[in-house]
Design a protein around this ligand. Structure first.
Ligand code: ZN
Length: 308
């Protein structure tokens, strides 16, 4: 069982309010919620705001299911950095009598994992992952590279928690830039600043911060330190609940990591660089409910003007 992170009292209270107002719909598993109509309406409007902000770049649209070939997770080294967050898909493989035993055990809520085998699928942990092999398959990039809008994809992180801002399955609104190193880094910087103004225009107290990923274990602490030192990751933080503000968007410069895994090349045959930005749609939606109250009809006119 993954370690359960307990919520602070104000996070628990906020979750109870969200469920009470049917904005979130509880299940029997912490961090796994349905979304009520009003929550979903706000979430989709936040996504549309990002789409509008990206429109001038005319990104190519690609959308993928929330499941990834297992091979891709292996190739990009996810299991080295984040073994604790990954989710892999298993399925039944066996005889009729084993199927009957599996059913009997499952009916009693006993273990039935011995009848399950690993498949060639894993849950997608980041919305940009399927984009890199898809772009690599086309051959060399055109001059100036490519910008891909990876849509609003469901992603999975195995981190059960009582904090409504820490979900096991949530939507990332991701855009990916692949091309010459200077272009890619400049693009990341433009979006970093643009995100702060977009979120501020929604009445959120949005601040930019240098960040690192939640790498696993002792070697992970070194990876995190080097990521900070090279300023590869930035996050925009906004208050939701709890003592610290929560990361609601992130801006990541990967150098040639994904390009070398998949062989993505520039026109001259040298390796491309990549960057991605991800808006956490549920977290931004939660930050809006936390800042302006649980009834969107009563939100400030400026905020409603931006979203409606
Ligand atoms: Zn990404």
């Amino acid at each position: 069982m993954a370690e359960f992170r307990a919520a602070t009292p104000d996070q628990s209270a906020f979750l109870a309010e969200l469920v009470g107002q049917r904005l979130l719909i509880a299940t029997s598993v912490p961090g796994l919620y349905g979304r009520g109509g009003e929550f979903e309406d706000v979430r989709l409007r936040v996504a549309a705001m990002v789409t509008a902000a990206a429109a001038a770049e005319a990104p190519e649209q690609m959308s993928f299911p929330p499941v990834l070939p297992r091979r891709d997770l292996e190739s990009v080294g996810y299991l080295k950095s984040f073994p604790h967050l990954a989710g892999s898909i298993f399925a039944f493989e066996g005889t009729e009598s084993e199927a009957a035993e599996q059913y009997q055990r499952a009916s009693r809520h006993e273990d039935w994992d011995e009848y399950q085998s690993m498949t060639d699928l894993v849950l997608t942990p980041a919305a940009c992952y399927p984009v890199y092999p898809a772009v690599a398959a086309r051959g060399r990039l055109p001059a100036g590279g490519i910008t891909v809008d990876a849509g609003s994809a469901y992603v999975f992180r195995r981190e059960p928690s009582g904090d409504p801002a820490r979900l096991q399955m949530f939507h990332q609104r991701e855009i990916v830039r692949i091309g010459e190193p200077a272009l890619v880094e400049a693009w990341r910087d433009v979006w970093r600043d643009r995100a702060v103004s977009l979120l501020s225009s929604l009445g959120l107290h949005a601040v930019l911060d240098l960040a690192s990923d939640p790498f696993f274990g002792r070697s992970g602490r070194m990876l995190a330190a080097s990521q900070r030192e090279q300023a590869l990751k930035f996050e925009v933080l906004a208050p939701i609940a709890g003592p610290e503000p929560t990361a609601v968007a992130s801006f990541n410069y990967h150098h040639d990591h994904f390009a070398s895994v998949y062989g993505i090349e520039l026109t001259d045959g040298t390796r491309a660089h990549t960057a991605c930005l991800g808006f956490g749609l549920e977290r931004i939606t939660l930050a809006l409910f936390a800042a302006h109250g649980l009834d969107p009809q009563a939100w400030p006119a400026e905020v409603r003007g931006e979203l409606w």
